[in-house]
Design a protein around this ligand. Structure first.
Ligand SMILES: Cc1cc2nc3c(=O)[nH]c(=O)nc-3n(C[C@H](O)[C@H](O)[C@H](O)COP(=O)(O)OP(=O)(O)OC[C@H]3O[C@@H](n4cnc5c(N)ncnc54)[C@H](O)[C@@H]3O)c2cc1C
Ligand code: FES
Length: 279
């Protein structure tokens, strides 16, 4: 995996953001938008890495890459309106500037998927960092065996990338969706994403998993996969923490003996147990 600091050619001073320009905005759900941001020069990164996104006068927030790198230098970021900075980002329009530092963090290890079935477990906005991983497995099917996505949302209206999910199915990804609360049109599963394990046609002992979602879901999914026989080193998750610098200098993201920004944000269950993160 690349070291983000050594490979950060975006700016000589790591605290000075790269100039980005919003090329396109798509409303995905009530409070989630997809921003296509064009950078001056193409930026290379891997799924699971994140950027510090800044709006002048509002501040900076960590946001995961939601697409694979593109030659034209466009990065897609899927952002839920949560508070001060994400609201400022949502108030921007096409053509307006936006700052971007990164890529930061380690990204998802992909060597563990080779020759193995893969289970991807997403909850809510957690689908955002997993989307480029899904795109990768569609583009390079030889990098994994059968890929199954288990994706939970609060309601049917809050399923992010709903149209794309249908395209993923057509591209060979097995998908099981669930919602906490259905509506009159919803004929699918209702309940927790961790209730979907019977939908996965695999030998869990030989498979690998990538997880992203709320902390409570991550903990439950990791424990279930462990009890289903998956080895700790192949249960992979991405963790969140409050961040300021994104580059291991300020200490804001220090949990246990780990900086989430530089040691993570992606960790194996093995490392989480060894370092007492999230316990
Ligand atoms: C590595 C990483 C990747 C992320 N990727 C995405 C992404 O792809 N899309 C996305 O929408 N969001 C993502 N987030 C979360 C996003 O950074 C926060 O929602 C954002 O920082 C909130 O900032 P704000 O100024 O809008 O809200 P604030 O006004 O700062 O806070 C609003 C509320 O959210 C809480 N909050 C703020 N930051 C966090 C956090 N990191 N974890 C838990 N609670 C928090 C605050 O305590 C407060 O209750 C990511 C976070 C991390 C650490
Ligand atoms: S965000 Fe500053 S050390 Fe991680």
């Amino acid at each position: 995996m690349k070291n983000n600091l050594k490979n950060n050619k975006t700016n000589a001073n790591i605290y000075i953001p790269l100039n980005g320009k919003i090329e396109e905005i798509t409303q995905l759900t009530g409070d989630v938008r997809l921003f296509k941001i064009k950078t001056e020069t193409p930026v290379d990164y891997v799924p699971g890495q994140f950027f510090m996104l800044s709006v002048w006068g509002a501040g900076e927030v960590p946001i995961s890459a939601a697409s694979l790198p593109k030659e034209n230098g466009t990065i897609e970021l899927c952002i839920r309106k949560t508070g001060v900075v994400t609201s400022a980002i949502h108030s921007l329009e096409t053509g307006q500037p936006i700052g971007l530092r990164g890529p930061y963090g380690n990204g998802f290890p992909r060597d563990i998927s080779t020759g193995r079935d893969v289970v991807i477990v997403a909850g809510g906005i957690g689908i955002a960092p997993l989307r480029p991983l899904i795109q990768h497995f569609i583009n390079k099917p030889e990098d994994a065996g059968k890929v199954t996505l288990l994706y939970g949302s609060r309601t049917p209206d809050e399923i992010i990338f709903r149209d794309e999910v249908e395209e993923w199915k057509e591209s060979g990804i097995a998908v099981a969706l669930t919602v906490d609360k259905g509506n009159d049109n919803w004929k699918g599963n209702i309940g927790l994403v961790t209730g979907l394990w019977p939908e996965v046609q695999t030998n869990f002992k030989k498979a690998a998993a990538y997880i992203c979602g709320p902390e409570v879901m991550i903990k439950a999914a990791m424990r279930d996969l462990f009890f289903l026989g998956m080895p700790d080193e192949r249960i992979i998750t991405t963790l969140e923490a409050h961040m300021k610098c994104g580059v291991g200098k300020c200490g804001h993201c220090y949990i246990g003996p780990q900086y989430i920004c530089t040691d993570g944000p992606v960790f194996s269950y093995k490392k989480i147990k060894e370092r007492s993160i999230l316990m």
